[in-house]
Design a protein around this ligand. Structure first.
Ligand code: MG
Length: 376
Protein backbone atom coordinates (compact mmCIF):
# COMPACT_ATOMS: atom_id res chain seq x y z
CA UNK A 1 0.00 0.00 0.00
CA UNK A 2 1.31 3.41 -0.94
CA UNK A 3 1.40 5.53 2.18
CA UNK A 4 -0.47 8.74 1.48
CA UNK A 5 -0.53 11.61 3.91
CA UNK A 6 -4.09 10.69 4.88
CA UNK A 7 -3.13 7.04 5.48
CA UNK A 8 -0.14 8.15 7.48
CA UNK A 9 -2.30 10.30 9.75
CA UNK A 10 -4.80 7.46 10.13
CA UNK A 11 -2.00 5.00 10.98
CA UNK A 12 -0.52 7.46 13.44
CA UNK A 13 -3.90 7.75 15.09
CA UNK A 14 -4.12 3.98 15.49
CA UNK A 15 -0.61 3.90 16.92
CA UNK A 16 -1.44 6.71 19.34
CA UNK A 17 -4.66 4.95 20.41
CA UNK A 18 -2.65 1.78 20.98
CA UNK A 19 -0.25 3.65 23.18
CA UNK A 20 -2.98 5.18 25.30
CA UNK A 21 -4.71 1.87 25.95
CA UNK A 22 -1.64 -0.39 26.16
CA UNK A 23 0.92 -1.03 28.84
CA UNK A 24 3.00 1.94 27.79
CA UNK A 25 0.67 4.41 29.43
CA UNK A 26 1.29 2.74 32.80
CA UNK A 27 5.05 2.86 32.24
CA UNK A 28 4.63 6.52 31.33
CA UNK A 29 2.68 7.32 34.49
CA UNK A 30 5.15 5.37 36.62
CA UNK A 31 7.91 7.31 34.93
CA UNK A 32 6.51 10.76 35.61
CA UNK A 33 5.72 9.85 39.22
CA UNK A 34 9.12 8.29 39.73
CA UNK A 35 11.02 11.17 38.18
CA UNK A 36 9.81 13.52 40.87
CA UNK A 37 10.00 11.06 43.70
CA UNK A 38 13.16 11.80 45.55
CA UNK A 39 16.48 10.22 46.10
CA UNK A 40 18.46 7.44 44.50
CA UNK A 41 19.60 5.13 47.27
CA UNK A 42 22.30 2.45 47.14
CA UNK A 43 22.56 -0.39 49.67
CA UNK A 44 24.74 -3.50 49.73
CA UNK A 45 25.37 -6.72 51.64
CA UNK A 46 27.95 -9.53 51.42
CA UNK A 47 26.94 -13.05 50.35
CA UNK A 48 28.93 -16.24 49.81
CA UNK A 49 28.21 -18.49 46.84
CA UNK A 50 28.48 -22.20 47.54
CA UNK A 51 30.04 -24.08 44.62
CA UNK A 52 28.63 -27.46 43.63
CA UNK A 53 32.12 -28.76 42.75
CA UNK A 54 35.63 -27.73 43.81
CA UNK A 55 36.65 -25.34 41.04
CA UNK A 56 40.20 -25.64 39.68
CA UNK A 57 41.89 -23.44 37.08
CA UNK A 58 45.54 -23.34 36.04
CA UNK A 59 46.90 -22.15 39.40
CA UNK A 60 44.20 -22.35 42.11
CA UNK A 61 41.23 -24.28 43.59
CA UNK A 62 38.28 -23.14 45.70
CA UNK A 63 34.85 -24.20 47.06
CA UNK A 64 33.12 -20.84 47.47
CA UNK A 65 33.11 -17.38 45.90
CA UNK A 66 32.48 -14.16 47.84
CA UNK A 67 30.05 -11.70 46.27
CA UNK A 68 28.49 -8.36 47.21
CA UNK A 69 24.80 -7.87 46.48
CA UNK A 70 23.65 -4.34 45.70
CA UNK A 71 20.30 -2.58 45.39
CA UNK A 72 19.48 0.83 44.03
CA UNK A 73 16.09 2.14 45.08
CA UNK A 74 14.23 5.02 43.51
CA UNK A 75 10.56 5.95 43.57
CA UNK A 76 9.54 2.62 45.07
CA UNK A 77 11.36 0.60 42.40
CA UNK A 78 14.44 -1.55 43.20
CA UNK A 79 17.26 -2.43 40.82
CA UNK A 80 19.49 -5.38 41.72
CA UNK A 81 23.22 -5.72 41.16
CA UNK A 82 26.11 -7.93 42.14
CA UNK A 83 29.90 -7.95 42.41
CA UNK A 84 31.54 -11.37 42.10
CA UNK A 85 35.06 -11.46 43.51
CA UNK A 86 37.06 -14.63 42.94
CA UNK A 87 40.12 -14.14 45.19
CA UNK A 88 42.73 -14.28 42.41
CA UNK A 89 41.42 -11.02 40.95
CA UNK A 90 42.27 -9.01 44.05
CA UNK A 91 38.88 -7.70 45.16
CA UNK A 92 37.09 -8.88 48.29
CA UNK A 93 33.98 -8.16 50.33
CA UNK A 94 36.16 -5.79 52.38
CA UNK A 95 37.42 -3.81 49.38
CA UNK A 96 33.93 -3.73 47.82
CA UNK A 97 32.42 -2.57 51.11
CA UNK A 98 35.04 0.18 51.41
CA UNK A 99 34.42 1.28 47.82
CA UNK A 100 30.61 1.20 47.98
CA UNK A 101 30.65 3.15 51.27
CA UNK A 102 32.16 6.06 49.35
CA UNK A 103 29.34 6.10 46.79
CA UNK A 104 26.79 8.89 47.28
CA UNK A 105 23.99 8.59 44.71
CA UNK A 106 21.86 11.20 46.49
CA UNK A 107 23.81 13.84 44.57
CA UNK A 108 21.95 12.71 41.42
CA UNK A 109 18.28 13.52 40.94
CA UNK A 110 17.69 11.50 37.76
CA UNK A 111 18.58 7.79 37.49
CA UNK A 112 18.38 8.03 33.68
CA UNK A 113 21.65 10.00 33.69
CA UNK A 114 23.55 6.71 33.50
CA UNK A 115 26.58 8.30 31.86
CA UNK A 116 27.05 10.93 34.57
CA UNK A 117 26.39 8.49 37.39
CA UNK A 118 28.77 5.80 36.12
CA UNK A 119 31.49 8.33 35.22
CA UNK A 120 31.26 9.48 38.85
CA UNK A 121 31.44 5.86 40.11
CA UNK A 122 34.48 5.14 37.94
CA UNK A 123 36.48 8.11 39.21
CA UNK A 124 35.88 7.42 42.93
CA UNK A 125 38.92 5.14 42.97
CA UNK A 126 41.18 3.03 40.75
CA UNK A 127 40.41 -0.67 40.18
CA UNK A 128 37.41 -2.02 42.13
CA UNK A 129 35.97 -3.16 38.83
CA UNK A 130 33.56 -5.73 40.26
CA UNK A 131 32.34 -3.26 42.87
CA UNK A 132 31.78 -0.71 40.11
CA UNK A 133 29.92 -3.35 38.08
CA UNK A 134 27.61 -3.99 41.04
CA UNK A 135 26.45 -0.36 40.87
CA UNK A 136 26.26 -0.40 37.06
CA UNK A 137 24.10 -3.55 37.00
CA UNK A 138 21.72 -2.31 39.71
CA UNK A 139 21.37 1.03 37.91
CA UNK A 140 20.63 -0.66 34.57
CA UNK A 141 18.10 -2.92 36.28
CA UNK A 142 16.43 0.10 37.89
CA UNK A 143 16.30 2.15 34.68
CA UNK A 144 15.00 -0.78 32.63
CA UNK A 145 12.27 -1.31 35.22
CA UNK A 146 11.35 2.40 35.18
CA UNK A 147 11.00 2.25 31.39
CA UNK A 148 9.34 -1.17 31.51
CA UNK A 149 11.74 -2.90 29.05
CA UNK A 150 14.66 -5.34 29.21
CA UNK A 151 18.05 -4.01 28.18
CA UNK A 152 18.48 -6.20 25.10
CA UNK A 153 15.45 -4.38 23.70
CA UNK A 154 16.64 -0.94 24.78
CA UNK A 155 19.94 -1.70 23.00
CA UNK A 156 18.03 -2.76 19.89
CA UNK A 157 19.22 -6.38 20.00
CA UNK A 158 17.36 -9.42 18.70
CA UNK A 159 16.77 -12.00 21.44
CA UNK A 160 16.55 -14.79 18.84
CA UNK A 161 20.26 -14.26 18.10
CA UNK A 162 21.51 -15.33 21.53
CA UNK A 163 24.27 -17.95 21.26
CA UNK A 164 24.51 -21.34 22.93
CA UNK A 165 26.38 -21.11 26.20
CA UNK A 166 29.28 -23.36 27.01
CA UNK A 167 29.37 -25.19 30.30
CA UNK A 168 32.77 -25.32 32.00
CA UNK A 169 34.39 -28.58 33.03
CA UNK A 170 37.14 -27.88 35.59
CA UNK A 171 40.43 -29.76 35.83
CA UNK A 172 39.88 -32.94 37.84
CA UNK A 173 40.41 -36.68 37.93
CA UNK A 174 39.22 -38.66 34.88
CA UNK A 175 36.34 -40.12 36.87
CA UNK A 176 35.04 -36.74 38.07
CA UNK A 177 35.54 -35.21 34.60
CA UNK A 178 33.40 -37.95 33.05
CA UNK A 179 30.73 -37.42 35.70
CA UNK A 180 30.71 -33.65 35.05
CA UNK A 181 30.44 -34.21 31.29
CA UNK A 182 27.47 -36.49 31.82
CA UNK A 183 25.81 -33.88 34.07
CA UNK A 184 26.32 -31.38 31.23
CA UNK A 185 24.23 -33.37 28.73
CA UNK A 186 22.04 -30.90 26.85
CA UNK A 187 24.73 -28.25 26.41
CA UNK A 188 25.70 -27.75 22.78
CA UNK A 189 29.26 -26.70 23.64
CA UNK A 190 31.51 -27.47 26.61
CA UNK A 191 34.50 -25.50 27.85
CA UNK A 192 37.56 -27.18 29.27
CA UNK A 193 40.18 -25.58 31.45
CA UNK A 194 43.65 -26.46 30.21
CA UNK A 195 47.14 -25.16 30.97
CA UNK A 196 48.60 -28.04 32.94
CA UNK A 197 50.75 -31.08 32.17
CA UNK A 198 47.71 -33.29 31.52
CA UNK A 199 46.05 -31.21 28.77
CA UNK A 200 45.88 -33.99 26.17
CA UNK A 201 44.64 -36.43 28.78
CA UNK A 202 41.83 -34.03 29.80
CA UNK A 203 40.68 -33.60 26.19
CA UNK A 204 40.89 -37.35 25.52
CA UNK A 205 38.92 -38.10 28.69
CA UNK A 206 36.12 -35.79 27.57
CA UNK A 207 36.25 -37.16 24.03
CA UNK A 208 35.83 -40.68 25.46
CA UNK A 209 32.32 -39.70 26.62
CA UNK A 210 31.10 -36.99 24.22
CA UNK A 211 31.57 -35.55 20.71
CA UNK A 212 30.03 -32.18 21.55
CA UNK A 213 32.08 -29.15 20.32
CA UNK A 214 34.64 -27.99 22.89
CA UNK A 215 36.08 -24.59 23.74
CA UNK A 216 39.34 -24.58 25.68
CA UNK A 217 40.52 -21.97 28.16
CA UNK A 218 44.23 -22.15 28.89
CA UNK A 219 44.24 -19.26 31.39
CA UNK A 220 47.74 -18.18 30.18
CA UNK A 221 49.08 -21.64 30.94
CA UNK A 222 51.23 -22.24 27.81
CA UNK A 223 54.60 -20.52 27.82
CA UNK A 224 56.10 -21.65 24.48
CA UNK A 225 54.56 -20.38 21.24
CA UNK A 226 55.79 -23.27 19.04
CA UNK A 227 54.38 -25.87 21.44
CA UNK A 228 51.18 -23.84 21.73
CA UNK A 229 50.73 -23.87 17.94
CA UNK A 230 51.37 -27.61 17.80
CA UNK A 231 48.81 -28.12 20.55
CA UNK A 232 46.22 -25.97 18.76
CA UNK A 233 46.62 -28.08 15.57
CA UNK A 234 46.05 -31.21 17.68
CA UNK A 235 43.03 -29.61 19.38
CA UNK A 236 41.49 -28.79 16.00
CA UNK A 237 41.66 -32.46 15.10
CA UNK A 238 39.95 -33.26 18.41
CA UNK A 239 36.93 -31.06 17.55
CA UNK A 240 37.88 -27.98 19.56
CA UNK A 241 36.27 -24.82 18.18
CA UNK A 242 38.09 -21.97 19.95
CA UNK A 243 41.01 -21.27 22.29
CA UNK A 244 40.91 -18.75 25.12
CA UNK A 245 44.02 -16.95 26.41
CA UNK A 246 46.60 -19.61 25.49
CA UNK A 247 49.67 -17.64 26.58
CA UNK A 248 50.52 -15.02 29.24
CA UNK A 249 48.94 -11.67 28.45
CA UNK A 250 52.34 -9.94 28.70
CA UNK A 251 53.66 -11.99 25.74
CA UNK A 252 51.98 -9.74 23.20
CA UNK A 253 54.37 -10.47 20.29
CA UNK A 254 54.18 -14.23 20.85
CA UNK A 255 50.39 -14.07 21.06
CA UNK A 256 50.22 -12.12 17.78
CA UNK A 257 52.55 -14.71 16.20
CA UNK A 258 50.32 -17.54 17.42
CA UNK A 259 47.08 -15.85 16.32
CA UNK A 260 48.46 -15.23 12.83
CA UNK A 261 49.13 -18.97 12.44
CA UNK A 262 46.36 -20.57 14.48
CA UNK A 263 43.82 -22.75 12.65
CA UNK A 264 41.35 -22.00 15.50
CA UNK A 265 40.03 -18.59 16.63
CA UNK A 266 41.92 -17.26 19.65
CA UNK A 267 40.22 -15.09 22.27
CA UNK A 268 41.88 -12.80 24.80
CA UNK A 269 40.46 -12.90 28.31
CA UNK A 270 43.03 -11.92 30.94
CA UNK A 271 44.54 -9.53 28.35
CA UNK A 272 41.26 -7.72 27.79
CA UNK A 273 39.88 -6.03 30.87
CA UNK A 274 38.42 -2.69 29.81
CA UNK A 275 37.70 -0.65 26.70
CA UNK A 276 41.28 0.52 25.92
CA UNK A 277 42.38 -3.14 25.92
CA UNK A 278 40.02 -3.89 23.02
CA UNK A 279 41.99 -1.59 20.75
CA UNK A 280 45.27 -3.17 21.89
CA UNK A 281 43.86 -6.64 21.21
CA UNK A 282 43.35 -5.97 17.50
CA UNK A 283 45.92 -8.01 15.58
CA UNK A 284 46.87 -9.94 18.74
CA UNK A 285 43.68 -11.96 19.21
CA UNK A 286 40.82 -12.92 16.88
CA UNK A 287 38.31 -12.03 19.56
CA UNK A 288 37.77 -10.80 23.10
CA UNK A 289 36.06 -12.26 26.14
CA UNK A 290 33.97 -9.55 27.80
CA UNK A 291 33.01 -9.99 31.45
CA UNK A 292 31.04 -7.46 33.46
CA UNK A 293 33.25 -7.98 36.52
CA UNK A 294 36.37 -7.06 34.54
CA UNK A 295 35.03 -4.06 32.67
CA UNK A 296 32.91 -2.27 35.36
CA UNK A 297 29.54 -3.37 33.99
CA UNK A 298 26.97 -3.27 31.23
CA UNK A 299 27.67 0.24 29.96
CA UNK A 300 31.32 -0.44 29.15
CA UNK A 301 30.65 -4.03 28.05
CA UNK A 302 28.26 -2.83 25.35
CA UNK A 303 30.81 -0.30 24.07
CA UNK A 304 33.54 -2.96 24.12
CA UNK A 305 31.41 -5.34 22.04
CA UNK A 306 30.62 -2.65 19.49
CA UNK A 307 34.27 -1.54 19.36
CA UNK A 308 35.54 -5.10 18.88
CA UNK A 309 33.12 -5.65 16.01
CA UNK A 310 34.14 -2.38 14.39
CA UNK A 311 37.76 -3.62 14.51
CA UNK A 312 36.79 -6.91 12.85
CA UNK A 313 37.08 -8.98 16.02
CA UNK A 314 34.77 -11.62 17.39
CA UNK A 315 32.98 -11.22 20.72
CA UNK A 316 32.53 -13.65 23.55
CA UNK A 317 30.55 -12.91 26.73
CA UNK A 318 31.81 -14.61 29.87
CA UNK A 319 31.21 -14.46 33.59
CA UNK A 320 32.64 -15.35 36.97
CA UNK A 321 30.86 -17.62 39.43
CA UNK A 322 27.81 -15.44 39.97
CA UNK A 323 24.13 -15.57 40.89
CA UNK A 324 21.52 -15.26 38.13
CA UNK A 325 21.65 -11.50 38.76
CA UNK A 326 25.01 -10.74 37.12
CA UNK A 327 24.68 -13.63 34.65
CA UNK A 328 21.32 -12.32 33.41
CA UNK A 329 22.77 -8.81 33.09
CA UNK A 330 25.56 -10.21 30.88
CA UNK A 331 23.03 -12.26 28.90
CA UNK A 332 21.30 -9.04 27.80
CA UNK A 333 24.38 -8.40 25.63
CA UNK A 334 24.70 -11.92 24.32
CA UNK A 335 22.96 -11.39 20.93
CA UNK A 336 26.16 -9.48 20.04
CA UNK A 337 28.38 -12.49 20.82
CA UNK A 338 29.58 -15.43 18.73
CA UNK A 339 30.44 -17.38 21.89
CA UNK A 340 29.04 -17.23 25.41
CA UNK A 341 30.24 -18.73 28.63
CA UNK A 342 27.39 -17.82 30.94
CA UNK A 343 27.23 -20.78 33.25
CA UNK A 344 28.30 -19.09 36.51
CA UNK A 345 24.87 -19.41 38.12
CA UNK A 346 24.70 -23.11 37.27
CA UNK A 347 27.85 -23.79 39.29
CA UNK A 348 26.31 -22.68 42.60
CA UNK A 349 23.79 -24.28 44.95
CA UNK A 350 22.44 -21.11 46.60
CA UNK A 351 21.23 -18.79 43.80
CA UNK A 352 18.94 -15.95 44.92
CA UNK A 353 17.29 -15.05 41.62
CA UNK A 354 15.75 -16.54 38.49
CA UNK A 355 16.44 -14.86 35.17
CA UNK A 356 18.15 -15.92 31.99
CA UNK A 357 17.47 -19.60 31.26
CA UNK A 358 19.41 -22.15 29.25
CA UNK A 359 16.98 -23.98 26.95
CA UNK A 360 18.38 -26.74 24.79
CA UNK A 361 21.83 -25.26 25.38
CA UNK A 362 20.82 -21.79 24.18
CA UNK A 363 20.67 -18.57 26.21
CA UNK A 364 17.02 -17.66 26.53
CA UNK A 365 16.19 -14.14 27.69
CA UNK A 366 13.12 -13.34 29.75
CA UNK A 367 10.81 -10.45 28.87
CA UNK A 368 11.10 -9.06 32.39
CA UNK A 369 12.30 -5.44 32.38
CA UNK A 370 15.77 -4.29 33.37
CA UNK A 371 18.21 -7.18 33.56
CA UNK A 372 15.33 -9.66 33.48
CA UNK A 373 15.42 -11.22 36.94
CA UNK A 374 13.08 -12.00 39.81
CA UNK A 375 14.06 -12.72 43.42
CA UNK A 376 13.45 -16.34 44.43
MG1 MG B 1 39.04 -17.31 30.60
Amino acid sequence: MKTTRRNFIALSGIAAAGLSTGKTVFAGKALSQNLSSGKIKLSFEPYNLALKHVFTIADSSRTSTPVMLTRIEYGGITGYGEASMPPYLGESQETASRFLSKVDLSRFLDPFQIEDILDYIDQIDEGNRAAKASVDIALHDLVGKLIGQPWYRLWGLNSILTPNTSFTIGIDTAEVVKQKVNEAAGFKILKVKLGRENDREMVQTIRSVTNVPLAVDVNQGWKDKEKALEMIYWLKEMGIVMVEQPMPKEQVDNMAWLTARSPLPIFGDEAVQRLPDVIKAAGVYHGINIKLMKCTGMREAFTMAKTAKSLGMKVMIGCMTETSCAVSAAAQLSPLAEFADLDGNLLISNDLYTGMQIKDGKITLSDLPGIGIRKI
